[in-house]
Design a protein around this ligand. Structure first.
Ligand code: PGA
Length: 261
């Protein structure tokens, strides 16, 4: 952790109607205000984006999209372009979430094109990387995240680094069937992610915020947040209700503040 803010956010996945998403942003702001040294975000489904964006105006809360297509336009039924997201006013697009990679066959090469398209549209990118259970069993966590980063960020210019955030999310730790990762495992792979960013961008690679996600909850958030290598938490289930979001955020932020003071 440097002088970066503490990042904290949730991905709603396929949950929340537009009304519920809007209410979530409103309640969240009422509960937390706009705390210093913190960057909060929510990533609702497409149908909620415009409403959530409207509600988030002047709150400091970023609203992100869960995915996008790499083409600017075309005959791609059911898809959304970067320009559409930009016009909807989103602050960020998440790319490469494990569920996109696993369930929808998203490849590293496709992600490379998505990253480039997001940059062209002026979007901030939350790039998710992480090994699956098989890759972990073979001990190739470091190689896996390096490959994912090197392909997705191929031709990424250092000038654009302020628009990049990386989330480490081991696939085996995500969702209902996921197992929370041990702190040593998180540290090990986070260190390799940072090293890969430095390989790609030199010292500028140190400036990219690195978040951790995967079964983060009130019990384990403190241990992850304390890690020097981790700049914030990216939470699913435990933050889908405002009360849970607030509790995990407060515990994580307190731990980070204590660890860095
Ligand atoms: P989870 O989801 O916290 O429910 O495991 C994390 C994620 O998918 O980002």
């Amino acid at each position: 952790m440097t002088d970066r803010p503490f990042y904290f956010g949730t991905n709603f996945k396929m949950h929340q109607t537009p009304t519920e998403s809007r209410q979530f942003v409103s309640d969240l702001h009422e509960r937390l205000g706009s705390p210093d040294s913190v960057q909060l975000f929510v990533i609702p489904p497409y149908t909620s984006l415009v409403w959530a964006v409207e509600e988030a105006v002047d709150t400091g809360i970023w609203v992100g999209a869960q995915n996008m297509h790499f083409a600017e336009r075309g005959a791609f039924t059911g898809e959304i372009s970067a320009a559409m997201l930009q016009a909807a006013g989103v602050d960020m697009v998440m790319l490469g979430h494990a569920e996109r990679r696993q369930l929808f066959g998203e490849t590293d090469a496709a992600l490379h094109k998505k990253v480039q398209a997001a940059l062209r549209a002026g979007l901030r990118i939350l790039l998710c990387v992480g090994e699956n259970a098989e890759e972990k069993a073979f001990g190739i966590e470091a190689e896996t995240v390096a490959r994912q980063l090197k392909i997705a960020l191929h031709n990424f210019r250092s000038d654009d680094l302020p628009r990049l955030i990386v989330a480490y999310e081991p696939v085996w730790s995500i969702g209902e069937g996921g197992t929370p990762a041990g702190v040593a495992d998180v540290e090990y792979t986070a260190r390799h992610i940072r090293a890969t960013l430095v390989t790609l961008f030199g010292t500028a690679g140190q400036t990219v915020p690195l978040l951790y996600g995967g079964s983060v909850n009130l019990d384990n958030c403190v241990d992850y947040a304390r890690l020097d290598l981790i700049d914030g938490l990216f939470v699913g289930r435990a933050a889908w209700q405002v009360a849970g979001y607030v509790e995990v955020f407060q515990a994580g932020f307190a731990a980070k503040t204590e660890a860095t003071s």
